[in-house]
Design a protein around this ligand. Structure first.
Ligand SMILES: [Zn+2]
Ligand SMILES: [Zn+2]
Length: 269
């Protein structure tokens, strides 16, 4: 296999990559075919994918790319850092979000690492929470350097009525508890495979099994032992394996649990 890590008994497990950007993958190792990237993931036991939208401009092309794959679901939303993108309009977003391939709204949220346009980011998040509630589809929340405001806005907009996931979770245990109290699951990414991510290791150990998801956020954030490379959905297996080690349970148990949690939250498109 071109990416050089041998799966062991792939038939025995089923994993879901709960957050990836399939339209942005580096497909060079896959003869430029998304189909081949998905097959490589399947060889690692990764059999379902949530391909997450970042802007409304990119969404139609993303949908065209994944439409033929029954094992791929999508979300629609506008990322807080996509500041030059078309703002999320409630009516338009609601209409698009009714598409049967869409299982969630996002990624949306707050990111003060990349810019401090707080009013704009808050407005976009509030709109997308309202859309999620209007179409009864869960939220995919991105939060970076913005924990308190994210919690406050989710609370003010009563996001707990629809819930969802805090993706690529990188906060501490105390924050995990507060997000879970607002009806959000916690998705762990490749960061949990990093040796020095001690705070996140504690979160991975303590999370209740029924709130735990795993993701790659590919092509970003490749896990160990591929750190620094362009990430791919197959490697969600490394994330799950790290979580299994931290919790001292077999990988197939983590696979089973996170897959069940995923389908309970997002259903099938
Ligand atoms: Zn994100
Ligand atoms: Zn993402």
């Amino acid at each position: 296999m071109s990416h050089g890590c041998a799966p062991d008994s792939p038939q025995s497990i089923m994993l879901v990559d709960s957050h990836c950007h399939l339209d942005r993958l580096d497909l060079k190792p896959f003869q430029s075919q998304l189909r081949n990237a998905l097959a490589a993931a399947e060889a690692h036991g990764v059999r379902h994918f949530l391909c997450v939208g970042i802007t409304l401009e990119d969404w139609p092309a993303m949908l065209r790319q994944v439409q033929e794959f029954a094992q791929v679901s999508t979300s629609i939303g506008v990322h807080p850092s996509a500041k030059n993108a078309r703002p999320p309009d409630f009516d338009k977003l609601r209409r698009l979000a009714e598409h049967p391939k869409v299982v969630a709204i996002g990624e949306t949220g707050l990111d003060y690492f990349h810019d401090q346009e707080k009013d704009r980011q808050h407005g976009w998040l509030r709109t997308q929470i309202a859309v999620a509630k209007a179409v009864a589809k869960p939220l995919i929340i991105h939060t970076r350097n913005a924990r308190e405001d994210t919690l406050r806005l989710l609370k003010e907009e009563r996001a707990e009525e629809i819930g969802g996931v805090i993706h690529c979770f990188s906060e501490d245990w105390d924050a995990a508890v507060r997000f879970m109290d607002l009806n959000f699951a916690i998705s762990l990414s490749g960061i949990v495979t990093f040796k020095n991510a001690k705070t996140l290791h504690e979160v991975a150990r303590r999370l209740p099994a029924d709130r735990l998801l795993v993701e790659t956020d590919s092509p970003y954030l490749a896990p160990e032992p591929h750190r620094g490379k362009s990430n791919q959905p197959a490697w969600v297996r490394h994330v799950a394996a790290a979580v299994a080690r931290l919790r001292d349970v077999p990988l197939d148990r983590i696979a089973e649990t996170t897959t069940a949690n995923y389908f309970r939250l997002f259903g099938r498109s």
